[in-house]
Design a protein around this ligand. Structure first.
Ligand code: GAP
Length: 542
């Protein structure tokens, strides 16, 4: 039975396990860390690789209509002008006038209370006056002294030893986002802050050599659309998939790895015919009928059905790796929230302990991106559709997911603490990660019952070597067997194989060549033949 714990406690336990068991470390920890950057330890590296491999497999290897791309991180800066990132990829930021702490203006929760306004301060002893106004927000009922204390600190920072506050007045305010929620101090006016990391290419640091670390993987796909089309013999509708690093100088990285400054995206640009072309060819575009997956792609699908198709495909994929539908939510953006060129956008959200937040966005982006690159590069992005007998700039559906966010979701989803009874009948807490076997970092633990029995060790190593070419195996001969099981439970290893005296025939020939196979979730053990092990485990872990 899981223990009732608050969301914060749960998150703290998850963060602590991630460090303790080598899933996620703070980047540059020995130097005090660097905000917004994270490293994956031995378990995290395997988990992330499994996520990306499974995404790649489902998107490219198991489909005939999607091909892959692996583009450079730094690209021609004109790409980011054409895409609109140089002009508009910005968040509004504000700074606390007292502590200088920076916030994203649109992430500040609205507050109500009494605002205390000051016109300035004077220091009679030093004969000094400051005419800079300042204000502090207090929750209703809090003593005015708290506001005065904050204001006094503010004027002290401006060089006054003993400030006497001038012109205090109060006003009731409702739903304001102008004050620091942590100390009530006034914030600066919002300023736009471009999230792209800038660098210089070549030996001169000038405006002409500015380049950007890509803030998304998608633009390379648009920029290489023509090259990929020429070499892959694909016909619209078809897609190009890419997974790789993206960088955003987030104003306020938070919630562990959820909002990082360096992360990996897994993006598909799926190019489709404009609806007018489908209408000409098929008479009309198909209408969305009912809920759920619209089925196998059809020639009369317009953007709406394709969009729904990708939303359902992606949710099915999340389910296949262990995030059940009840852990997910769909958020259909309202018309006023959509970018001007977008026709629809659905966010797939996961119920994280710190709130229900976006894992992936699936947007119907029209032909905005290809048209922009056509305009800025002067190169045609048109496709000649032989069946339709006409040229057009294809439209696109974009399922865009984050590998790090998904890893965090899978870790949060898998984490559990159970009350169990050990071999001696003592109650204990079992920490277990219920990863779907397909994404689990280690697939099977192999344990000789005793490490000082050469026959057991020899057999266990044979079993390890039998399984190793096909899956990630962890061999462990240290400590009591129960402890070894617990260690693997904590990193989510779905299977444990124990080589005991039955295996080596010490208790008669019937059980010789058999081992116990332990299931992580039920903790049940069954005896199976070594020769059957691969056939039992492999289909479940791949
Ligand atoms: N090309 C579209 C695009 O980039 P986005 O919603 O900005 O869309 C897509 O990003 C996905 O990338 C998000 O759903 C999220 O999973 C991931 N992502 C975006 N910013 C992130 C960040 N700062 N840290 C971690 N993941 C992030």
């Amino acid at each position: 039975m899981s223990q009732p714990v608050t969301s914060n406690e749960r998150m703290e336990k998850i963060v602590s396990l991630c460090k303790r068991r080598g899933f996620i470390f703070q980047s540059s920890e020995v130097y005090g860390g660097i905000n917004g950057f994270w490293d994956y330890g031995p378990m995290g590296a395997e988990l992330k690789r499994n996520i990306k491999d499974l995404w790649w497999r489902s998107m490219t290897k198991l489909r005939e209509d999607v091909v892959g791309l692996e583009a450079s991180i730094i690209m021609h800066p004109s790409i980011w002008k054409a895409s609109g990132h140089v002009e508009t990829f910005a968040d509004p930021m504000v700074d606390c006038l007292l502590t200088k702490k920076r916030f994203r203006a649109d992430q500040i929760d609205a507050q109500s209370g009494i605002a205390y306004f000051y016109e300035g301060a004077s220091d009679d002893g030093a004969g000094k006056t400051i005419n800079e106004s300042f204000s502090v927000l207090l929750a209703a009922g809090k003593p005015p002294e708290s506001a005065r204390k904050v204001a006094t600190q503010f004027y002290r920072q401006r060089g006054m030893a003993e400030p006497i506050l001038q012109g205090e007045r109060t006003e009731k305010v409702e739903n304001t986002t102008r004050y620091n929620p942590e100390n009530g101090a006034l914030l600066t006016e919002p300023r736009q802050f471009n999230l792209m990391f800038k660098t210089y290419v070549g030996a001169t640091e000038s405006e002409d050599s500015v380049a950007y670390l890509r803030p998304e993987t998608a633009q390379a796909i648009f920029a290489q659309f023509k090259n990929v089309l020429d070499v892959s013999r694909q016909k619209v509708p078809f897609g190009i998939a890419q997974a790789g690093k993206a960088f955003r100088n987030e104003i306020n990285p938070r919630n562990f790895t959820f909002r990082s400054r360096e992360f990996e995206q897994m993006e598909l640009e799926f190019f489709i015919k404009p609806d007018e072309v489908v209408e000409k060819q098929c008479g009309a575009t198909a209408k969305l009928e009912g809920e759920g997956h619209p089925g196998e792609p059809q020639p009369n699908w317009g953007w709406e059905v394709w969009h729904k198709y990708w939303v359902e495909e992606r949710i099915n994929w999340y389910e296949s790796i262990g995030l059940s539908r009840d852990t997910l939510e769909e958020y259909w953006q309202k018309p006023e929230e959509l970018a001007h060129y977008a026709k629809a956008c659905v966010d797939i959200l996961f119920k994280f302990p710190f709130g229900t937040q976006e894992l992936e966005g699936i947007a119907a982006r029209g032909n905005f991106d290809l048209s922009q690159h056509q305009k800025h590069s002067g190169k045609s992005m048109e496709y000649f559709d032989q069946e339709a007998g006409e040229k057009y700039v294809p439209h696109v559906i974009e399922p865009s997911a984050g590998a790090d966010r998904l890893l965090l979701a899978l870790v949060c989803n898998a984490f559990d603490e159970e009350e169990v009874v050990d071999e001696k009948g003592k109650a204990e807490t079992r920490v277990v990660m219920h990863f779907n076997p397909k994404i689990a970092p280690i697939k099977v633990g192999v344990f000789p019952l005793l490490r000082n029995k050469p026959e057991l060790v020899k057999k266990a190593k044979e079993v390890r070597d039998l399984l190793r070419p096909y899956m990630n195996v962890f061999y462990d001969d240290a400590g009591a067997i129960g402890r070894r099981y617990r260690r693997q439970d904590e990193v989510g290893t779905p299977f444990g194989v124990t080589i005991d005296f039955d295996t080596i025939g010490e208790n008669g020939p019937e059980l010789e060549g058999t081992v116990t196979l332990r299931d992580r979730d039920s903790m049940k053990q069954e005896r199976v033949k070594i020769s059957d092990l691969l056939g039992i485990i492999l289909p479940q872990v791949q």
